[in-house]
Structure formats: structure tokens, C-alpha cells
Design a protein around this ligand. Structure first.
Ligand code: 6PG
Length: 472
């Protein structure tokens, strides 16, 4: 094959995401060589590529794949995170030249990406976070790149061409070295978990507290989507609530078991937040809520023993406006936590993560895309080091919204509606506006039992209390 007829890029793994990404790349004018573990899948993919088939080169061995790509090569891996990625790298590397690039586009744990970057020993390796599900991969995902900047620059023309656009700006950017792209993607997913959980909590109030049917709940979400909450997740919450089951004609949502799945990215975010000592309580609460949701039998036993928790809420106590405002406040707090964690990682790992650019990349294509992200990008561009909740536009949302959030959480507690994410968002807010907190008690206890010492408020140089020497 003459060099000019070769593919501009290769892709391994023709599952849902890989197929969609390959078609997107071909559609944007880049010939692509593809390979899948099962040759029949590769053949079927090519046969179904329609008018894009001309730009797709199906291959049936690693050798054939490598030979079909123009040098210096770039090959995207879109295989399940974990061992499959290492297996593909091990199989490919011996066949590649030293300047050929491997790009892991799956949902890798960023620690694995750090390790793989080291193991690449200078040979080009990128770890890129790709968000937007199947539709995003096919028509424009958000892309968070990690690795050497020079390596990113080499494939940036392809990655920015296939990415979603906010106006003219591609939602694809370089986040930093090594696993920075996958780290940012993990925080994206943590925020995704909290955003989804808060929506689910408000859904619960409407369903169990106000007795609204699915259609009416879908209408409420559609209304929310016209204001500050405008976002993909609110939009699809309306769509899924209003959809009818094709088997029974009943609202689909009412027939879905209340047991949330998870592949692990939200959990990684929560674990990493603890390592970084970055406070992300709403995100952690959302992970816990998913874990609890899977305890279906235990929850049933609990209900049999104690009676069902959520009770009907008396009329007039909860309005649409209260729910909307509470969600706005919750959302601001959840993003403030996510960006705070990114800032902590940036310092800890010396990555210099570009906070405003991250908000810009998330404005389109990804699952958490929302109108608010444009304001977040502007607020972070103004001052990267300021917690988002203190930026004027978000401080205004919080001033208007925290009363509603407080009332809703109080009503939730009074009438038995669990609100782990919203209530931890509220606690975060209250903690973050309490100049004199209660950790002086913790310090006194620590000093009593362990002589750990404390700082005094009055500047006197004495680290211990009068109990010094009396500890256990
Ligand atoms: C995205 C999504 C995507 C996916 C994850 C999360 O940004 O496109 O986050 O990566 O939905 O697999 O899934 P879990 O809910 O299973 O953790």
C-alpha cells in the first residue's frame, strides 16, 4: 500500500464506543484502519459503514493493522479498562517503531495511565478521557488528553476535528502529562454521579412526597431545563421519565429496578479525593448512594421492620420553584467540590491542570454538559484559585438557592426522603461559611488522649491544655 493511501490512524476495539469513534473519525475525513479481536465483528463493521466504508480499512491481524497506517503511526485503543489495555500494548509495541503512538481512549484509572506512561519509556503514549457515551463518540465527544504535549499536538488535528464544538471551539484539549486526562475524566464522572444523584433525590420527592405521576415529573424536568439548570442530564431525565414501556404501555421509569450500576470511575474519584484530602462530600455521597441502592433485599427487610421511610409531604410545603432552586444550589456545590479536587491534584501531582480549559472542554459533548459550565469557565479564567462557590455569579445562585436547599433537606428529614447528595452539599455550604467551626473540640480531644498539641487563637505559645499529662 502506498504511503498516501494508508490510514491516518488506527483503532483497536470495535465495541459500541470504538465503532462510534471510528465512524466519527472516518466521517471527518481521516482514513482509519480498524482491528477487533473477532474478525467477524471487523467485517460486519466495515460492511455496515455505508458511505464511510471507503475510509475504513478492516484488518485481521496486528501486523496487517500496523502495515495499514501511515508513519509515524497512531493507534487508538478502545478496549475495556484494566488488563485488556496492557495486553494490547504488549502485543502492539514490538510491531511499532519508536515514534509510533498508542492512545488509550478507554475509561482507564489514571494511576494505570501514569504507570503505562512510565513503561512507554519515552515512546509516545497518550491517555485520553472520552465522554459523551455512544452518541458523543459518534458525533462529537468531549476529549481530555494526557501525555506529553508534543505527542498530543501530533494527533490534535484529528482529536479536535472529531470533538464536540461549543460555538467554534472544539471540546478537546490537553490537560497535562501522564494520567492527567484520565484523572480529569474521573472527576468528570464523579461530578456526573453527584449530578445524577441530586436529580434522583428531587425525582423521589416528586414521586413519593408529592404523588406526581411520571408524566408530570417529566414535565417538571422539562421546565427546569429552560432555566439555569439547562443541561443534558436534566434533559434526559425528562425524556426517560416520560417514556412508555413498549411491553406494557406503563411509564418505563416505574418498571426499572432501583439498583444503580457502576463501572467504577465515580468510586475512583472518591478514593482519590481521600488520598488528596480534597473534600468532595456530595460526590462521595453519590457513590455511597449507588452502593446502598444495590442492597435491594436488605432495604426490603428494613422497610418491613420499620415501615417505609418516604411519606407523603403535606400540600403546599414543596413547590416546583423550591425544587429547582435547591437543585441549582446543589449543582453549584457539587461542581465547586469537583474543581477543588482538580486544583488539589494539580498541586499534588505538579500537573498544572488548566481549570478554565477543563470547564471549557466540558461545555459540550460530555455527559455533564450544561449551560452553567460556560459561566464556570469564565469564573475560573478570572481566578483559578478561588472556590467556585465564591465567584460572584455562583455566590448569587447560592444566596438565592441555599434557603430552598435547606428547606428541602429539612422536609426530607421530616418526611423520610433520603437526600444524601443534596444534604451533604448543604453541609459543605454551611461548613464553608463558618469561620469558627468546631474542630477546636477535636483538637482538645486529640491533645487530651495523645498529647498531639494544638494551635491557639490568641498567639500564646503553649501547644497543650491544662490536662497535659492526664491522658490515658
Ligand atoms: C461518559 C460517561 C461514560 C460512562 C461511564 C460511567 O462520560 O461518557 O461517564 O464514561 O457512562 O462508564 O459509568 P458508570 O455509571 O457505570 O460508572
Amino acid at each position: 500500500m502506498a504511503q498516501q493511501d494508508k490510514a491516518k490512524i488506527g483503532l483497536i476495539g470495535l465495541g459500541t464506543m470504538g465503532s462510534a469513534l471510528a465512524l466519527n473519525i472516518a466521517e471527518k475525513g481521516f482514513p482509519i484502519a480498524v482491528w477487533n479481536r473477532r474478525a467477524d465483528v471487523t467485517r460486519a463493521f466495515h460492511a455496515e459503514a455505508g458511505e464511510l466504508a471507503d475510509r475504513v480499512i478492516p484488518t485481521e491481524s496486528y501486523e496487517e493493522l500496523v502495515a495499514a497506517i501511515a508513519k509515524p503511526r497512531a493507534i487508538i485503543l478502545m478496549v475495556p479498562a484494566g488488563e485488556p489495555v496492557d495486553e494490547q500494548i504488549a502485543a502492539l509495541r514490538p510491531l511499532l517503531d519508536d515514534d509510533d503512538m498508542i492512545i488509550d481512549a478507554g475509561n482507564a484509572n489514571f494511576h494505570d495511565t501514569n504507570r503505562r506512561s512510565r513503561e512507554a519509556e519515552g515512546k509516545p503514549f497518550l491517555g485520553i478521557g472520552v465522554s459523551g457515551g455512544e452518541a458523543g463518540a459518534r458525533h462529537g465527544p468531549a476529549i481530555m488528553g494526557g501525555g506529553e504535549k508534543a505527542h498530543w499536538d501530533r494527533v490534535a488535528p484529528i482529536l479536535t476535528a472529531i470533538a464536540a464544538k461549543f460555538g467554534d471551539e472544539p471540546c478537546a484539549d490537553w490537560m497535562g502529562r501522564e494520567g492527567a486526562g484520565h484523572f480529569v475524566k474521573a472527576v468528570h464522572n464523579g461530578i456526573e454521579y453527584a449530578d445524577m444523584q441530586m436529580i434522583a433525590e428531587v425525582y423521589g420527592v416528586m414521586r413519593d412526597g408529592l404523588g406526581l405521576n411520571a408524566d408530570a415529573i417529566g414535565d417538571a424536568f422539562a421546565r427546569f431545563n429552560e432555566g439555569a439548570l439547562k443541561s443534558y442530564l436534566i434533559e434526559i431525565s425528562s425524556i426517560v421519565t416520560k417514556a412508555a414501556d413498549k411491553h406494557t404501555g406503563q411509564p418505563m421509569i416505574d418498571l426499572i429496578l432501583d439498583k444503580a450500576g457502576q463501572k467504577g470511575t465515580g468510586r475512583w474519584t472518591a478514593i482519590e479525593a481521600q488520598h488528596l484530602a480534597a473534600p468532595i462530600p456530595a460526590i462521595e455521597a453519590a457513590v455511597v448512594a449507588r452502593n446502598l441502592s444495590s442492597r435491594v433485599a436488605a432495604r426490603k427487610e428494613g422497610e418491613d421492620l420499620f415501615g417505609a421511610a418516604p411519606q407523603q409531604i403535606p400540600e403546599g410545603k414543596v413547590s416546583d420553584e423550591m425544587l429547582e432552586r435547591a437543585l441549582i444550589a446543589g449543582k453549584v456545590l457539587c461542581y465547586a467540590q469537583g474543581f477543588d479536587m482538580i486544583a488539589a491534584a494539580s498541586e499534588q501531582f505538579r500537573w498544572a491542570l488548566p481549570l478554565p480549559a477543563i470547564a471549557r472542554v466540558w461545555r459540550e459533548g460530555c455527559i455533564i454538559r450544561s449551560a452553567m459550565l460556560d459561566d464556570m469557565a469564565a469564573a475560573l479564567a478570572e481566578d483559578e484559585d478561588r472556590n467556585l462557590m465564591l465567584a460572584p455569579v455562583f455566590a448569587r445562585h447560592l444566596r438565592e438557592g441555599h434557603v430552598a436547599l435547606r428547606e428541602l433537606v429539612a422536609i426530607g428529614a421530616r418526611y423520610g426522603h433520603p437526600m444524601p447528595a443534596l444534604s451533604s452539599g448543604l453541609s459543605y455550604f454551611d461548613t464553608m461559611r463558618t469561620a469558627r467551626g468546631t474542630a477546636n473540640m477535636i483538637q482538645a480531644q486529640r491533645d487530651y488522649f495523645g498529647e498531639h498539641g494544638f494551635e491557639r487563637t490568641d498567639g500564646i505559645e503553649d501547644k497543650h491544655g491544662p490536662w497535659h499529662g492526664h491522658g490515658v
